[in-house]
Design a protein around this ligand. Structure first.
Ligand SMILES: Nc1nc2c(c(=O)[nH]1)N[C@H]1C(S)=C(S)[C@@H](COP(=O)(O)O)O[C@H]1N2
Ligand SMILES: [Mo]
Length: 522
């Protein structure tokens, strides 16, 4: 029993050494080549759509952390098995380590920007891992009995111990060395990988001024100042929801940034970040971005003040062909997002965004350049870490999410949400604000109505209109009698569309239905 426990531990320590060495090499070669990252990214690419949706629903913006944790748990179990196998058949156990190294190599090489050099961390990790496993298992299978008294292991049959000895001190020494090596190499590798971060270069950038700035938001514009629990009008960058498939966020040094135009443009062109920062026609606009995966009442929506190059003008000046229907936007992490050429050309405040709430785009939100098209869900417009735009047709190419079954066209659906009171909340009976947000980007919100139990639909007070592209806060004070109550909300867009009560799931074209919450007044 003890021998087997130690063998499992040997497997774990061997894997630790292998991963530590791989991280160290990745710290020299490039962060994306780390096997944990590469395997995690490959896992995302191979994950079936329903599981992805489940992950976004369950873990939200933490889905990546959950994935890395899951990967490490699977790896730990695998490592224990490798250790146990190595106890019986050393070569088989070592093959297990080699197999794991191969998985890391294949994953690193299949990255969109992968080079042969990216195989090095997994390769060297596997080589050192095999040696470590050998050194760790050896003390467990010494041919001669060791010095320890048999009485310490009453459960173990004596015959086995006579065949192979257990050198505890030897295991302790090699185990300690392995643990130290894993921690030092892994920690050092992580530190070295920070060299590739662009955080400091980003904060050294000075955002240019907008030729067309957004108007200052008056204090009274934000109802959340007076209504606790209501979503603020502007979402702080650190609070902005995040949806992408990148385990480690792409790090693009500003000096090496290029935006390439290909396909049906009048000319093939390439732009540097200075080209974009230096333009005289920069605009600043408040736009609410929402995700097609957002459930009714969900929080995958955020409102920011974006600064960028007007997209329509930029596309026209580069001779976007009249027969192009789709813009395939490519990011450096290999994502493809298929935007409607019509929407890109004709939506007034569409832009190539370089700034978010007065800062250069945060690295998680697409630094240095992303696309924003008001009224289009993020998966068909908001490409982060934008590296290229190919003008083509919908027939010619299915972008990533469309390949996963999502709709080609993704106009944001009219929606309203109750922020307060929160679902299942219990509070003292009496007067209390019901409040939330509603959005219908490019059209704007005309009315929001609230219904409690079987009462009549009652119009809520709307926050002052700040433009059709951002969400609108609403509030309705209500006298709650003691008991359980169900609150429903529905919005009407400025063009007269009444929000439908027909329930639809987010897949494949966005959720619909009224948001309702049940609360308890005491
Ligand atoms: N490169 C890249 N861009 C991307 C995505 C992605 O996975 N990769 N996800 C899109 C989706 S589905 C949404 S909703 C928005 C989210 O933008 P945010 O993370 O800044 O909120 O980014 C879009 N742009
Ligand atoms: Mo999304």
């Amino acid at each position: 029993m003890l021998r087997r426990t130690l063998a499992g531990l040997a497997g774990l320590l061997g894997a630790g050494v292998a991963l530590g060495v791989a991280e160290l090499v990745a710290g020299i070669v490039g962060a994306g080549s780390s096997p944990v990252v590469a395997v995690g990214n490959a896992a995302i690419a191979l994950t079936p759509q329903p599981v992805k949706e489940f992950a976004i629903r369950t873990f939200g913006s933490n889905d990546k952390r959950a994935l890395v944790t899951g990967t490490l748990i699977v790896l730990a179990l695998y490592a224990v098995v490798v250790g146990l196998v190595a106890l019986r058949r050393r070569v088989l156990g070592e093959l297990g380590v080699v197999l794991f190294g191969l998985v890391g190599i294949v994953a690193a090489l299949s990255r969109p920007s992968g080079t042969t050099l990216d195989a090095l961390p997994s390769f060297l990790g596997a080589v050192v891992g095999v040696a470590a496993l050998r050194a760790l298992v050896a003390p467990l299978t010494r041919p001669s009995p060791s010095s320890e008294p048999p009485a310490e292991e009453p459960g173990e049959p004596g015959t086995l111990r006579e065949r192979t000895g257990l050198d505890r001190r030897g295991f302790l020494v090699s185990g300690g060395v392995a643990l130290g090596a894993a921690v030092v190499a892994g920690g050092g590798g992580r530190l070295l990988q920070r060299r590739f971060d662009v955080a400091s270069q980003r904060s050294a950038l000075v955002l240019p001024r907008a030729a067309s700035p957004a108007p200052a938001l008056p204090r009274a514009a934000d109802l959340a100042r007076d209504v606790p629990g209501l979503t603020p009008l502007v979402t702080a960058n650190r609070d902005f929801y995040r949806v992408d498939t990148a385990i480690t966020v792409p790090q693009i040094p500003p000096s090496s940034y290029r935006l390439a135009l290909t396909g049906r443009f009048g000319r093939r062109a390439s732009f540097t970040l200075d080209d974009l920062y230096g333009r005289a026609d920069l605009v600043e606009r408040d736009v609410t971005l929402t995700c097609v995966s957002n459930e009714v009442g969900g929080t995958l929506a955020g409102n920011a003040r974006w600064l960028g190059v007007p997209l329509g003008a930029f596309l026209r000046e580069n001779g976007l062909g009249p027969d192009a229907t789709q813009l395939v936007c490519r990011s450096t992490d290999g994502m493809t997002i298929g935007a409607s050429a019509r929407a890109a050309l004709d939506t007034p405040d569409a832009m190539l965004a370089i700034g978010m709430n007065g800062e250069p785009l945060p690295v998680e939100h697409g630094f240095p350049v992303r696309m924003i098209i008001p009224g289009q869900y993020g998966y068909v417009s908001a490409c982060k870490w934008l590296a290229g735009i190919e003008a083509t047709t919908y027939e010619a190419y299915d972008a990533y999410w469309v390949g996963q079954g999502w709709a080609r066209q993704g106009p944001i659906r009219l929606a309203s949400r109750i922020d307060t009171p929160a679902p299942l909340r219990s509070f003292a009976a009496g007067r209390r604000a019901i409040a939330g947000v509603a959005w219908a980007q490019t059209r704007g919100i005309r009315t929001v109505e609230v219904k409690v139990d079987d009462g009549a639909w009652t119009a809520a007070r709307l926050a002052p209109d700040q433009g059709a592209d951002l969400w609108r806060q609403w509030v309705l004070p209500y006298d709650f009698r003691p008991g359980s109550h169900t609150i429903a909300v529905r919005a009407t867009a400025a063009d007269g569309e009444l929000q439908t009560d027909r329930r639809a799931a987010p897949f494949p074209a966005g959720a619909t239905g009224w948001h309702t919450v049940t609360v308890d007044a005491r």
